[in-house]
Ligand binder design. Sequence first.
Ligand SMILES: Nc1nc2c(ncn2[C@@H]2O[C@H](COP(=O)(O)OP(=O)(O)OP(=O)(O)O)[C@@H](O)[C@H]2O)c(=O)[nH]1
Ligand SMILES: [Mg+2]
Length: 385
Amino acid sequence: MTTVQKIKEIEDEMAKTQKNKATSYHLGQLKAKLAKLRRELIAPSSGGGGGTGVGFDVARTGVASVGFVGFPSVGKSTLMSKLTGTHSEVSAIDFTTLTTVPGTVKVHGAPIQILDLPGIIEGAADGKGRGRQVIAVARTVNLIFIVLDVLKPLGDKKVVLRLRVREHTAKFLAQIIENELEGFGIRLNKKPPNITVRKKEKGGIAITHTVPLTNIDQDDIKGILNEFKLSNCDVAIREPNATADDLVDVIEGNRIYIPAIYVLNKIDAISIEELDLLYKIPMSVPISSKEWLNIDELIEKMWESLDLVRVYTKPRGLAPDYNAPVVLRRGKCSVEDFCNAIHKEIAKQMKYAIVWGSSAKHARGQKVGLEHILEDEDVVHISKK
Ligand SMILES: Nc1nc2c(ncn2[C@@H]2O[C@H](COP(=O)(O)OP(=O)(O)OP(=O)(O)O)[C@@H](O)[C@H]2O)c(=O)[nH]1
Ligand SMILES: [Mg+2]
């Protein structure tokens, strides 16, 4: 039996098993088994559908990257070509794009790399088409655009029906793509769960929680730990409404948490009433890449999601240079990171820095050291030894 078949079998068994006190432990075990099989699929050495991003990955430029993921012919390449000015083949035929096509767009002075990817289909994570290579590249980006075609697959439905159906279909199609990414260890618009599992030499299992356990019980937890052969460990749950999946994610540990925006494309071909409904879908931006509608909102949302920190340099006695910010990533935006982004020698030569802006304590500027954390649009002067 192939890994994909084994996964299918466990999924079927889980669907058949009603969750109650008597089955909790067993369901926990099945969840853990599923995660282990999925790990086999992600591993580069496994067969069926090719390895990871080999041949699909491209040189990385810019401070952050955005990957376009979606079914074929939804308009990913049209959007990428127009955003970046880089040519990526467009056609009405499915699977036009065959590999990663990189381009760059400048947003608020920051160069952002855009990766146009081949279309994926349901079953991609299990090795259908080039899905796994595509998703392997998606694992490495800072933001994912899930691009959807709002016209599909409702072309021939009656108008009245279409109105309500569009909203549901868009959500449904988004879910299929999301499942494929999840199957590959990508978690969208989520933070790592606040759960710790600490292995010990002996002493058995101790479970503590600072929040009520609403979606998981002690038996689920024990079932999962047993399947992972964790017989001596401390489990601490601080995540409100933690699920069995959250626990499995923490134990497996190779999950990647990436923000995502649902890009609902081709709104040039729908009515205003339909558009109103699409606006209700969370984390989404309706656009038309062909007619260039609402692209400004998309770029703004992209900028917010990337959460970048622009820092302006101020030479002694001169005004800050607002045209060329040093762009840093949140979580890597100390004065030291700022120095290193300019030149690796600067941090060593620095005596102190003066910072103006939201991270500074007072408006006249604050004297700080290398460890100071900068905020977006701060101005920094480096004083050398
Ligand atoms: N009406 C309309 N058609 C669009 C829009 N954007 C793209 N299209 C059309 O949709 C078709 C597919 O566009 P592509 O950009 O090649 O789609 P893709 O997602 O890159 O497709 P693959 O590379 O095969 O995955 C082309 O015929 C485009 O002209 C849009 O905003 N509105
Ligand atoms: Mg394409």
